[in-house]
Design a protein around this ligand. Structure first.
Ligand SMILES: [Zn+2]
Length: 358
């Protein structure tokens, strides 16, 4: 089953709400959908675009049969436009200007025109300013749908002119049930957290794992840190692995250090409790160390060993450094990734040498 066929029940309430608004003539000309990657924001925008363009709308969806729907399904609709960044670069003023020219023309079919802008946070200031005018005085029945991770990434003036809906990820229960409908399952809840419960991203990963096309990233992180601490020559392998997907893999390393931090804090609380009353048994202690939905709950014994080898203060320092490295690598694509990540890993490794208890 391809991803275009999968059902996306968590998107339905937002879709229905907008269809309702359209039918009540309260549909905004500028919309913004925010949410993490892998939630299906583009799917939602496409489904809504198809509805707006459909010339025989049903009460709750596009008809799926008219000429417009057929053209849309064939990716061949002249009144649908997709604006996106090329190679993660800014979306420039020229791209927006030519889009505005198109919007000033009459629709080829039906009454409406729709533009979807992916990664709207990448609009340059000039490009965003040019869009503002279009949003203030929409040409005919043209609709703009902006997509971004969070609304904080957009210029406030642009944000103030769109109707915002945040796409929430489904609950653990709903997600596990949905995965089983797609013919797959997860080994533990930690993998749900790894993908912040984003169904499409998770399904992609699980399918790639099953097909042997992806590596188990959490396990790779545990093994990477283990090798780093015991065999310094493995540094480059681990930094290469992390550099392949800076955004998500450095986050995965962050989760590990964060959970080590949690283990240490819980350890302090438990030790105090043991001192105060001797009734806590080992099992009770263990269950308090990490929740079963922690990303690295599966590697708890190893994490407990490491938690003895680093101080709370050192963990806070390396975590800050990790987030800074990740942010600069995400912001400036020209940086030498492996080099910066290797420098970070050496700092982490050196902090682990400090075995003085906190
Ligand atoms: Zn139709």
């Amino acid at each position: 089953m391809t991803q275009t066929d999968v059902s996306t029940p968590w998107l339905t309430p937002i879709f229905d709400k907008h269809v309702q608004s359209y039918q009540n003539s309260r549909f905004a000309h500028g919309l913004l959908f925010t949410g993490s990657a892998g939630l299906g924001k583009f799917k939602l925008a496409s489904r809504l675009a198809k509805y707006l363009l459909c010339t025989a709308k049903l009460s709750n969806d596009a008809c799926g049969k008219c000429h417009s729907c057929n053209l849309f399904d064939a990716n061949n609709h002249l009144d649908f436009h997709l604006l996106q960044s090329e190679a993660n670069k800014a979306i420039g003023i020229d791209q927006v200007r030519s889009l505005i020219d198109v919007l000033n023309e009459r629709p080829h079919l039906g009454d409406n025109k729709v533009v979807v802008i992916k990664d709207a946070q990448l609009l340059s200031t000039a490009a965003a300013n040019a869009l503002l005018k279009t949003l203030e005085e929409p040409q005919g029945n043209s609709y703009l749908i902006l997509l971004a991770r969070t609304h904080h990434q957009l210029m406030p003036t642009l944000f103030s002119r769109v109707q915002h809906s945040h796409v929430h990820s489904p609950s653990d229960e709903a997600l596990v049930e949905w995965l089983s409908l797609q013919g797959t399952s997860v080994s533990d809840k930690g993998v749900l957290r790894q993908f912040q419960n984003c169904p499409l991203a998770l399904l992609n990963y699980l399918n790639a794992l099953k097909a042997g096309e992806a590596t188990d990233e959490r396990r790779h992180c545990v093994e990477g840190l283990f090798a780093l601490l015991n065999r310094p020559e493995s540094l480059f392998d681990f930094s290469q692995f992390l550099a392949k997907d800076v955004e998500s893999r450095l986050m995965l390393l962050f989760f590990m250090l964060h959970e080590l931090h949690k283990i240490k804090l819980t350890g302090l609380v438990c030790n105090n409790q043991v001192l105060n009353n001797q009734v806590l048994n080992n099992q009770a202690l263990n269950s308090q160390v990490l929740n079963d939905d922690a990303v690295y709950a599966f590697a708890l014994p190893q994490l407990q060993i490491w938690s003895e080898q680093i101080t709370l203060k050192a963990l806070r320092i390396v975590n800050d450094e990790l987030l800074q490295t990740r942010a600069s690598l995400m912001e400036h694509s020209g940086l030498k990734k492996e080099l910066l990540i290797s420098a970070l890993l050496i700092k982490i490794k050196n902090r682990f040498k400090e075995t003085t208890p906190c």
